[in-house]
Design a protein around this ligand. Structure first.
Ligand code: BDR
Ligand code: CA
Length: 313
């Protein structure tokens, strides 16, 4: 099995990512850590607990993390995800409080307690917690198996500014630290996520599973796409965060390239832009497995199969 920590700012697509991990026996979810992004960190933490409640998993710890980016003012994405980050489905209030202790402490403790190379982080929000953990415990660089992150873009460029993807834009300095850390990185960028549409037919398949989880996920993604599909003129919105867990399960369904990626942290105009040396025009060392394409139909089949494993109680 692959041991993972999910660092997240739920967000409907973040919650789906958590559910997919829980449904996979190949994955052991050691804990969920939260960060300010789509919504503030208190709301993100509440949402993470609600997602675990929905899955009937009170045993998975949830630790709250950073409320602010390293240097920049807060930016959220309630224009996409709604005020609570969870619009589109009605869920009962969280059944428990967050676990005691800061997310960064949990990440460090968990990685250091496990064998070297055993723990993978799926980072599906701004990278603030991960950068803080790497700064505080440099040994994480060699202890981590890898970081799989939904962030960045190459040709598909920006969704929060013309040149930046949201997770990188919210905390470009943290993203910069992670990109320079030497940890093996796998990146699911907008180029990939915008090719995997949450079309009406695909969402109908989630609903047709017939269980509660399927209905909730369909409701969530239907809300999220309300903003995005209108904007992009596609049948359905992009599918972002789930690609991290899906890549761990089925790397064969993705195509990418090992490249050098850097991030802009100086220019206000292009702040948070990921600069991807796709064609190898520099001699900078490669640091990212950059996933540019995925097999959409097969990936949706996997999602349906995993969501169908949840039984109503
Ligand atoms: C990313 O931003 C968030 O709104 C989504 O949850 C995803 O992590 C896409 O740019
Ligand atoms: Ca997210």
């Amino acid at each position: 099995t692959t041991k993972i920590i999910i660092d997240t700012d739920p967000g409907q697509d973040d919650a789906l990512t958590i559910l997919l991990a829980l449904a996979s026996p190949e994955i052991e979810l050691l804990g969920v850590t939260t960060v300010a992004g789509n919504v503030g960190v208190a709301q993100a933490t509440e949402n993470a607990i609600k997602a675990l409640d929905l899955a009937g998993r009170p045993d998975v710890p949830v630790h709250a993390g950073a409320e602010r980016a390293l240097l920049r003012e807060r930016v959220d994405a309630t224009h996409v995800h709604g005020r609570t980050g969870f619009e589109g489905a009605d869920l009962p209030p969280p059944r428990r409080a967050p676990s005691p202790g800061h997310a960064v402490d949990f990440i460090i403790r968990t990685v250091m307690e496990n064998e070297p190379g055993e723990v993978t982080i799926c980072a599906i929000g701004p990278l603030t917690n991960i950068a803080l953990a790497l700064a505080r415990e440099p040994a994480l660089r060699t202890r981590l198996r890898r970081i799989v992150t939904m962030s960045g873009a190459f040709a598909e460029v920006g969704n929060i500014t013309p040149s930046a993807e949201f997770n990188v834009y919210v905390d470009p300095h943290a993203a910069d630290m992670v990109l320079r850390s030497g940890v093996e990185l796998v990146m699911a960028p907008l180029d990939l996520t915008h090719s995997l549409h949450t079309s009406a037919a695909r969402l109908a398949r989630f609903e047709a599973i017939g269980n509660r989880v399927g209905r909730v996920v369909a409701g969530w993604l239907r809300f999220e796409k309300r903003f995005e599909a209108t904007k992009y003129g596609t049948d359905g919105g992009p599918l972002h965060d789930p690609n991290t867990v899906l890549w761990l399960l089925r790397p064969d369904l993705y195509r990418g390239k090992l490249v050098n990626v850097r991030v802009e942290t100086a220019s206000e105009l292009t702040m948070g832009m990921t600069v991807v040396d796709w064609w190898g025009v520099t001699d900078l060392p490669t640091n990212v497995q950059f996933l540019r394409e995925g097999d959409a139909d097969a990936l949706y089949d996997v999602i349906v199969e995993l969501l169908a494993r949840f039984k109503d109680d």
